[in-house]
Design a protein around this ligand. Structure first.
Ligand code: HEM
Length: 185
């Protein structure tokens, strides 16, 4: 029941939030010229998913809120966040709504990036090295129902880990506006 109310609150926040979809900047095609080994190496390195790709028009995916340090402690610090992501991913893989998105994805990487992102947001002193939210999700057809389903699974994981309700809500308040970059359809 509480879960439903909170999911509804999030859904409402979408309704009221403006959905200004920033246009993806066109990347100019490189002029045809001889390609050097160094260039190829650089290109391969640039394509590596470990490189933080940031769209300059996308908001900072991990802006630190030092005032949320207490929430970070309630999550059990960095170790708590890492464990939380194990649970979260396992829950999503059992959820027929989420499974198709994650079954073929690099799960260890996503868990690591999520823990890092949440740690950075919650003032835990981490630096988020992943991609921005727009770039990370652009290749997927994600709608509002998908977004809400993911939030529900996150709530289940947080409940299992005994994260106090108040702290859960503090994090969800920060995540909710990200629907503008995550929802693609
Ligand atoms: C506020 C909500 C969300 C946050 C904070 C979030 C965060 C992240 C982060 C940090 C990554 C890793 C970025 C990187 O690889 O550098 C990621 C990847 C991913 N996310 Fe989300 N996400 C959210 C919502 C969603 C939703 C609703 C879906 C689908 C229903 C989704 C599906 C995915 C998938 C499939 C990837 C892997 C992308 C890839 O490997 O190319 N995410 N997300």
């Amino acid at each position: 029941m509480t879960l439903q109310i909170r999911t509804l609150t999030l859904a409402l926040s979408f309704f009221f939030a403006s959905s200004v979809a920033a246009q993806t900047a066109e990347v100019a095609a490189p002029a045809e010229e001889e390609v050097t080994v160094e260039q190829v190496t650089e290109d391969v390195a640039a394509a590596e998913p470990t490189t933080a790709e940031r769209d300059p028009t996308a908001p900072d995916p991990a802006r630190t809120r030092p005032e949320l340090k207490g929430v970070f402690e309630d999550f059990g610090g960095e170790a708590g966040l890492i464990t939380l992501m194990d649970d979260f991913m396992a829950i999503m893989l059992e959820d027929p709504r989420m499974r198709p998105f994650f079954i073929n994805a690099d799960q260890p990487r996503i868990k690591r990036q999520l823990a890092e992102q949440f740690c950075a947001i919650l003032g835990g002193g981490c630096t988020y090295s992943g991609r921005d939210m727009k770039t990370s999700h652009a290749a997927f057809a994600i709608d509002r129902a998908d977004f809400n389903a993911l939030v529900e699974d996150l709530q289940i994981a947080m409940n299992r880990r005994g994260v106090p309700f108040r702290s859960q809500n503090k994090l969800l308040q920060v995540l909710a506006p990200m629907h503008r970059e995550v929802i693609t359809r």
